[in-house]
Design a protein around this ligand. Structure first.
Ligand SMILES: *[C@@H]1O[C@H](CO)[C@@H](O)[C@H](O)[C@H]1NC(C)=O
Length: 612
């Protein structure tokens, strides 16, 4: 993503920290959201596979196959522990619940199974119930022999003859349709619908319907069913939990691909862009030719808008300037450099490369364009090319401190922290007035284990740049990382104070303060307040939104969390970011739907959560 390239590594750090937290706890959070939604005390982690959970009394276990329990035949041994649910498609074992009507097996041997429908219909209810049980038994036998069409026919007979349909008839027939070649997903879904009408808590039917829906590519409905099955199964069924993840991933990936097509023109947040541009030293103002063309003047306005941090305006003006035509080379190179930069920021990597290359072709000594095109190569996974660009830039102007700073950034991303530090140091030697070289030097020192040196560098930088918020903010991050909460918060507050005096403040320190208060005092309210303030200033601040989403989850405000995930998805610019946000959005949505469909489960879930 653009944020991780040789631009400003620090910008993305909050988002990354939040997202690392998220991915580490991903499974836990997905499954926790439900418990959180119903207001369980604290956050209970339902690690789905790590430990067995105590079963809830009145929810069926799904053990004991009809096939084995009705007659005690030897096939029982085949299902082993018979506790784990089996996939329908991989084995012939039908594991259904014990029938609600007891003793159905008695006397079935005397029944004449050759009777036709009319004759069957004429029988008394009690006898018809016996017939239904007998047909089901035959169905089970056929099923275990993998003759699925025969089995389906018997279940159909059971359904036709019974005075009182049992959910198991439909669910078993659905299992047959799953095993048809090819599977008949429509019929699977229809039968499971019937089974679930009769018993909404029928986990096996839910799982089976999910399989059918997945087969029909009705993924959101499949997710709904897998989610319900996972929860009703008390998170004990690893296969179902994996299915939840698989379908979530598919939904998110498919949607992300679709949405990314429309995202090529969307700029990142103000906070992000300003941090990006701040990573380049200011350059002398462009001098227009004596008789400037209209395009020349538009370009000047674009640079003015950029200086005033009005990025959308700068973008549309530079586009206009290029269309109008620029009359001199330095201006042209500048325009393509700027447009290429914006393209990079919106994630149009190829377009960016082509614009930057144009700038370099017009003015080969354009070190900024060379440095930026190095980022493009990094983005395309080609570090060797990136370093070639830096070498070329050094050939053009060995004393440009920007080159070493950005080469440091690339090395930093590659986790080559000592080499990165050397480059930052070189950059500060050439020009010690650029605050980010000092900050990154300190961070690189910290990352390579030189904590003492790092702190020294930071303190020097704080003294040298008393009016800059960035050293305060990033020093605060290191302090936070060391658990020195109070000092960290002080630094963030100083950074916030400095930023407040600006026309468009950078809000990262605000979000950091929120995180610090949360980690330090578990003060969720204060943390939320900080994020809310940040969003008032920059409504699209990625870090604030990601943090708020997690804070909401922690607090059982699942609807708010979902809103935040939605928002996160709306502003995501890279596919991985988008997939991540969509995954959470759909996970929380399906869990909300579960609670809507199973309101009586809320109390049980609550008890389950408290029992942990
Ligand atoms: C399945 O059952 C049907 C009907 O009883 C029978 O005609 C068919 O031969 C069986 N198929 C196999 C493979 O046993």
């Amino acid at each position: 993503m653009a944020s991780s390239s040789s631009t400003d590594a620090a910008t993305s750090s909050v988002v990354e920290r939040v997202q690392n937290f998220v991915s580490e706890n991903k499974k836990a959070i997905l499954l926790t959201a439900v418990a959180a939604a119903i207001g369980a005390a604290g956050v209970a982690y339902y690690a789905s596979t790590s430990r067995p959970r105590p079963p809830l009394g009145d929810v069926e276990k799904g053990d004991g196959s009809d096939a084995s329990s009705s007659s005690g035949k030897k096939k029982k041994s085949k299902s082993g522990k018979k506790k784990k649910s089996k996939k329908d498609d991989s084995g012939p074992i039908l594991e259904e619940r014990k029938p609600k009507v007891a003793t159905v097996s008695e006397g079935t041997d005397d029944l004449d199974l050759e009777l036709d429908a009319e004759e069957l219909a004429a029988l008394p209810e009690e006898t018809r119930t016996k017939y239904a049980a007998a047909f089901k038994g035959k169905g089970n036998t056929a099923y275990t022999k993998r003759n699925f069409s025969e089995a389906a026919d018997y279940y159909t007979k059971a359904i036709n003859v019974t005075p009182k349909p049992e959910p198991v008839f439909y669910s078993n027939r659905a299992a047959c349709y799953v095993n048809f070649n090819p599977p008949d997903h429509e019929k699977v879904v229809a039968d499971c619908d019937e089974a679930l009408k009769l018993d909404p808590n029928y986990v096996k039917a839910l799982n089976r319907r999910a399989v059918g829906l997945e087969g029909l590519n009705r993924l959101e409905e499949a997710l709904r069913d897998y989610t319900a099955a996972t929860i009703l199964d008390k998170f004990q069924n690893a296969a179902t939990a994996n299915a939840v993840e698989r379908v979530l991933k598919e939904i998110a990936t498919t949607q992300a691909t679709e949405l990314m097509k429309d995202r090529r023109t969307k700029l990142p947040s103000h906070t992000f862009i300003s941090a990006y541009f701040a990573a380049f030293r200011p350059r002398p103002e462009l001098v227009l030719p004596v008789n400037p063309s209209q395009g020349d003047e538009t370009l000047q306005m674009a640079l003015g808008a950029l200086a005033a941090a009005n990025y959308p305006h700068a973008l549309s003006l530079v586009n206009e300037a290029i269309t109008q035509g620029i009359s001199w080379d330095a201006g042209k190179a500048e325009a393509f450099n700027l447009r290429g930069t914006f393209k990079f920021l919106v994630g149009d990597i190829d377009g960016s490369k082509s614009d930057l290359q144009t700038a370099i072709n017009i003015v080969p000594s354009s070190t900024q364009a060379l440095v930026k095109i190095a980022s493009v190569h990094m983005e395309q996974g080609d570090p060797a090319k990136a370093f070639e660009c830096f070498d070329e830039a050094i050939k053009q102007n060995a004393n440009d401190p920007d080159i070493y700073y950005h080469r440091g950034q690339v090395l930093f991303i590659m986790s080559e922290f000592s080499q990165a530090a050397e480059n930052y140091l070189k950059s500060t030697e050439l020009d010690d007035g650029f605050v980010f070289s000092h900050i990154q030097l300190a961070v690189a020192q910290y990352k390579s284990g030189e904590t003492g040196e790092s702190m020294k560098t930071f303190r020097r930088t704080l003294t040298a740049f008393p009016q800059r918020s960035e050293p305060q903010n990033y020093y605060g991050e290191l302090l936070l990382d060391q658990g020195r909460f109070q000092e960290a918060v002080e630094k963030f507050e100083r950074a916030i104070e400095i930023e407040k005096t600006k026309p468009s403040p950078n809000v990262l320190a605000l979000v950091n303060k929120g995180l610090a208060l949360f980690q330090w005092k578990q003060d969720v309210g204060a943390a939320e307040q900080c994020c809310a303030e940040a969003l008032e200033i920059d409504p699209e601040c990625e870090a604030a939104i990601a943090t708020l989403a997690q804070l909401n989850l922690q607090q059982s405000k699942i609807k708010n969390a979902m809103e935040m995930f939605k928002k996160q998805a709306e502003i995501a610019r890279t596919e991985p970011e988008l997939i991540n946000a969509l995954t959470y959005q759909y996970a929380t949505a399906s869990q909300l739907e579960f609670l809507k469909n199973y309101p009586n489960m809320a109390a049980q879930l609550n008890a389950l959560a408290r029992g942990m």
